[in-house]
Write a new protein. Structure first.
Length: 583
């Protein structure tokens, strides 16, 4: 009897031992050793063998194994995903993941709001910086206009070459591949169509260059073939690019929002002048399509048959939408389609084909057409209104420039229109002033592929080569500014200050005590523009009084009279120097 009891006791001990081994960690998952949850991805489930697991862990265990090797992680018995069943028990001690999941959702919402706030703050900074730049430009222009009206100073031809200079040189791609250039006035950035620097995955896209820091931004992949043309809509704030891969892409805030399949290699594009939602694309077969950003399904046929009616299947080199109509420049034909009383009128331009590019200035109504014969034709588009409220467009040829090839652009300097064009004969960037045909030659080391003026600034423009971006800036002329000279100083050479011509070389100050000569650089007197209109008027009045004294001195030299003058608070000695107390 005792031996039988001892035998049963051994079995009981073994059962308790195995129960302890198997179920001592019943509240943790044997795969991840984490607590079970009563909800969520790690809720309590069981297999047909009875072992407990977290739902997410056992599903991942099943997915990482093939069908033949799907077994229970504990007992190694056959199991399938269909054997996973949820367990519902009242006395289960499980981790409550409901609050954790709620907190995680709140964290995601706060992260999204923070990202949106950061984007809005960056946009506000860009707009604020743009407004500050515009304000500074307006101040400088206002002071320059006051200087011109107060003193009618003529610049010699020698100053013409120093009006523009190379301000920055930004390397885009050493291997070349740059094609087009456009400007975003809202963010004060330049968009450059370029080739990728990755030789393993060749592609074509755009990069941004900030006009404030001149730093090259990140590369954005867009097309599989070279980009032929791109343009930025200042009103719609969208960038349009076209390429040889038969697609046109719309970029909104550095994201490619739309891709349009046109069915032909595209070579040119432009936004409509009147409707901000429409744009035109031209292909290598001479066809022109019009699309609406609100509906990219099909192109709009209205008016396109008229554009494509000319028997010219050569590629479209330029498309320009103007207030006078649509300018279509193909390889062998260049014409202006104008709309008059629900009818389209064709105006062919008298120029020598083949053509290379065309551009239009909506302010002066001037038109530039570049030809392969190294000639640049300048036209004037005039609009007249008849008694029956119909309009008539007349294209008049004004001037022809020789040795010009490639793309060109209009730029503005202090209210004067200039033509920026690349000259192959001289390998230089020429600036032609339209008022008097004055020319500025800026030497180059490589050809120019595109030129882009700044829309909101009249003292800078950009030129793009095959591998670099060149920023040109108008050099500020010397302007007479107020200077403070002590009472013990006399200006010995007043003529240089009065006839300043914006190029005064050196002013000599003579001290009363030492009676010695001391040279003073002209930059201390004529180096920067005035910041205050009141100071400028005060100094201008003083200069006018000194001009009166100058005339009196000339008369005194002729022997008419000898007298001491007192002009305002400034004592002037005819036989000696002028004493300026305070300017």
């Amino acid at each position: 009897m005792y031996h039988r009891f001892q035998k049963w006791y051994k079995y009981v001990v073994l059962i308790k031992y195995f129960s302890y081994i198997c179920f001592q960690d019943y509240d943790t998952c044997p795969i991840c050793l984490d607590l079970y949850g009563n909800s969520g991805a790690h809720r309590l489930v069981a297999l047909k063998c009875g072992h407990l697991f977290g739902e997410q862990c056992i599903k991942r265990w099943m997915e990482n194994r093939c069908n033949r090797n799907r077994t229970c992680p504990v007992c190694n018995s056959r199991a399938t995903p269909r054997d996973i069943r949820p367990i519902y028990c009242n006395k289960l001690v499980a981790a409550d993941a409901t609050q954790i999941a709620g907190y995680q959702r709140q964290i995601d919402i706060l992260q999204t709001e923070k990202t949106r706030s950061d984007i809005e703050m960056e946009n506000a900074k860009i707009v604020s910086r743009d407004v500050v730049i515009k304000l500074q430009n307006l101040k400088r222009r206002h002071c320059a206009l006051i200087a011109i009206t107060s003193f009618d100073v003529e610049n010699d031809d020698d100053d013409c070459d120093r009006k523009f200079s190379l301000d920055k040189l930004v390397e885009i791609n050493r291997d070349g591949g740059c094609r087009a250039l456009t400007y975003n006035s809202r963010s004060n950035e330049l968009y450059i169509a370029r080739k990728s620097t990755n030789d393993l995955l060749p592609s074509f896209g755009i990069s941004k260059v900030s006009c404030s820091s001149y730093r090259l931004g990140e590369y954005l992949h867009l097309h599989s073939e070279p980009i032929q043309d791109m343009t930025y809509s200042q009103r719609k704030k969208l960038l349009l690019t076209v390429s040889y891969d038969n697609t046109a892409r719309i970029i909104d805030r550095d994201i490619c929002s739309h891709t349009i399949q046109c069915g032909m290699p595209l070579t040119s594009c432009c936004w409509d002048h009147f409707n901000v939602n429409e744009f035109y694309v031209g292909g290598s077969t001479g066809e022109i399509y019009r699309y609406d950003v609100r509906n990219f399904g099909t192109h709009m046929n209205m008016g396109l048959q008229m554009y494509n009616s000319i028997d010219d299947t050569s590629r479209v080199v330029s498309l320009v939408s103007t207030e006078c109509g649509l300018l279509i420049c193909r390889l062998y034909t260049c014409c202006l389609w104008s709309f008059n009383r629900k009818q389209w009128e064709l105006k062919s331009l008298p120029a020598d084909a083949p053509f290379k590019s065309a551009c239009f200035d909506n302010i002066s109504h001037k038109l530039l057409v570049s030809c392969s014969s190294r000639k640049l034709f300048l036209y004037k588009v005039k609009r007249s209104f008849n008694n029956d409220r119909s309009t008539k467009c007349v294209v008049e040829h004004q001037e022809t420039y020789s040795g010009i090839a490639g793309r060109n652009a209009f730029t503005e300097v202090l209210g004067e229109k200039w033509i920026a064009a690349y000259s192959q004969n001289d390998n230089s960037l020429n600036l032609h002033r339209m008022k008097d045909s004055r020319t500025i030659c800026l030497p180059l080391s490589e050809p120019i592929v595109d030129i882009c003026p700044y829309i909101d600034r009249t003292d800078m423009f950009a030129a793009l080569t095959d591998s670099r971006l060149r920023i040109y800036k108008r050099t500020q002329p010397f302007v007479v500014t107020p200077c403070r000279v002590s009472q013990s100083a006399r200006v010995a050479s007043v003529d240089e200050l009065l006839g300043y011509q914006l190029r005064a070389a050196t002013h000599i100050l003579v001290s009363r005590e030492t009676q010695g000569a001391e040279e003073l650089s002209a930059q201390t007197l004529v180096a920067r523009m005035l910041a205050s209109e009141d100071e400028w008027n005060k100094y201008a009045n003083m200069l006018r009084k000194i001009m009166v004294w100058r005339e009196a001195r000339e008369r005194q030299e002729k022997g008419e009279y000898e007298k001491q003058y007192l002009i305002g608070q400034h004592e002037v000695m005819l036989g000696g120097s002028v004493l300026i107390e305070e300017c």
